[in-house]
Design a protein around this ligand. Structure first.
Ligand SMILES: Cc1cc2nc3c(=O)[nH]c(=O)nc-3n(C[C@H](O)[C@H](O)[C@H](O)COP(=O)(O)OP(=O)(O)OC[C@H]3O[C@@H](n4cnc5c(N)ncnc54)[C@H](O)[C@@H]3O)c2cc1C
Ligand code: SF4
Ligand code: SF4
Ligand code: SF4
Length: 399
């Protein structure tokens, strides 16, 4: 039976809970708010299935498609979808393709209570809620079993999630399905639902208002300025990753799930069909500088190659070599986030004194940060800045 003694060895994918024939595994949150399996030993029949399906225990054994992965940079042709998506809006055209054929899409959405979870959709328009990255680990309770039922019914199923969730699903299913399309991400790591709640409470207090909507990666200041957008009753807040305390927490690696610092799913070749990630320099290569974003796609299988072709009416597609898309160092495709040296102290203060105190002490956002950010954003729209940016691009192109 599965027993978590080292937290870094469990990514919380729920495959074990889904596989347990006597349903004696429940996912329980630890003090940091991350979910881990807990076995009711009274009910356990020692069948060993939970260990067999665990993707962390068997990360290197799970078969992948035989084809060499290929690269593409893509962008949605619909400006509304592009604006709403994090990068180039790859996912919505795929949802449309699946729903049009009577298929089912599983993606990550956030409800009115700001709970981030996987949910199921059969209508294209309903899939709009899946767009945009949510930098919080999604709840997957019950989803793997639902996916299996849909597959058994012969429906086309598209499942998107973090690499560990996709890998967990593959191991839980235990065999390949022609009617299954898997989409994973290049994944930096995830924060807990508890941290996300603490941030929201802190921001509501600070803004003396009630939060109505949240977007982790607004394009208000362009794709290259990752910006949190919060819609309060009394107005809108926009904070870039230099000054927004949640984004700063996320990108500083101070509060990621322990398994994210030793992620077992960091590789180019994956068990998925598509791997999607930020196309930070795609605009340069394509020669479009509107700063609205492109999605880098690793096409992992023949199935994916065929589907990508069918998305052409809705997607601009530029084929590209992987070596141009993935940095030489391997970036987040190949490497885990480095643990922040003050992670333990941050968590302790977070628990004791709250979000504001922990961020003030360990991630300090200064007045100077605000000044720099204001100046940068003001300059962004000015003629001088555009001239400097153009010059920089010309130099880069010459290189
Ligand atoms: C937690 C997380 C970490 C990431 N880290 C990196 C990184 O380090 N480097 C990088 O290049 N890209 C990273 N990405 C991917 C990047 O943010 C974009 O999702 C990607 O570029 C695709 O953009 P898109 O416009 O095509 O997708 P969209 O059209 O915006 O669709 C978003 C897709 O992401 C899925 N999704 C949203 N939130 C979650 C979640 N919490 N868990 C699982 N799936 C989710 C949705 O189901 C949907 O499929 C990360 C994404 C997430 C969610
Ligand atoms: S050993 Fe079998 S019965 Fe026991 S927890 Fe694991 S899957 Fe469930
Ligand atoms: S990684 Fe997934 S399958 Fe393995 S123990 Fe954790 S939740 Fe269970
Ligand atoms: S970094 Fe690895 S372990 Fe963490 S959420 Fe992403 S895929 Fe899972």
């Amino acid at each position: 039976m599965i027993q978590i003694t080292d937290l870094s060895k469990c990514c919380g994918c729920t495959a074990c809970a889904a596989a347990c024939p006597v349903s004696c595994i429940t996912m329980q949150a630890d003090t940091e708010g991350f979910l881990y399996p807990r076995v009711d030993t009274e009910k356990c029949i020692n069948c060993g299935l939970c260990e067999k399906v665990c993707p962390v225990l068997h990360a290197k054994e799970t078969p992948t498609a035989e084809e060499e992965p290929k690269g593409a940079m893509v962008r949605s042709k619909d400006p509304k979808i592009l604006r709403r998506s994090t990068s180039g809006g790859f996912f919505y055209p795929l949802c449309k393709y699946v729903c049009r054929q009577g298929g089912v899409v599983y993606g990550v959405s956030m409800d009115e209570a700001f709970v981030v979870s996987h949910s199921r959709s059969v209508k294209t328009s309903d899939c709009i809620r899946f767009l945009g990255s949510k930098y919080v680990q999604s709840r997957v309770d019950g989803i793997f079993r639902q996916v299996k039922e849909d597959l058994a019914d012969g429906r086309i199923v598209c499942f998107s999630g973090t690499p560990c969730q996709v890998h967990g699903l593959v191991r839980y299913l235990g065999k390949p399905y022609d009617n299954l399309i898997l989409v994973d991400l290049v994944c930096h790591g995830v924060c807990s639902a508890k941290l996300w709640k603490k941030y929201r409470d802190y921001m509501q207090k600070k803004h003396h208002s009630v939060l109505r909507e949240a977007h982790f990666r607004s394009k208000k200041y362009g794709y290259n300025n990752s910006t949190m957008h919060l819609q309060f009753d009394n107005g809108d807040y926009y904070g870039t990753n230099r000054i927004d305390p949640f984004l700063k927490t996320f990108f500083s690696h101070i509060a990621l799930r322990p398994s994210c610092y030793d992620c077992q799913f960091k590789t180019v070749k994956r068990v998925s069909d598509f791997t999607i990630f930020d196309g930070w320099n795609a605009g340069e290569k394509i020669g479009n500088h509107d700063d609205m974003g492109y999605t880098n796609v690793i096409v992992q299988s023949q199935k994916a190659q065929k589907i990508l072709g069918e998305l052409e009416p809705d997607l601009e597609i530029y084929s590209s070599e992987l070596r141009f898309m993935i940095p030489k160092s391997g970036g987040m495709t190949m490497n885990s986030a480095r643990v922040h040296p003050r992670r333990a102290e941050f968590q302790a203060l977070l628990e004791e004194k709250g979000f504001g105190a922990a961020v003030d002490k360990y991630l300090r956002i200064t007045q100077m940060d605000h000044v720099i950010e204001k100046a940068k954003l003001a300059l962004r729209d000015s003629r001088t800045f555009r001239k400097i940016a153009k010059k920089k691009r010309e130099i880069t192109r010459r290189k």
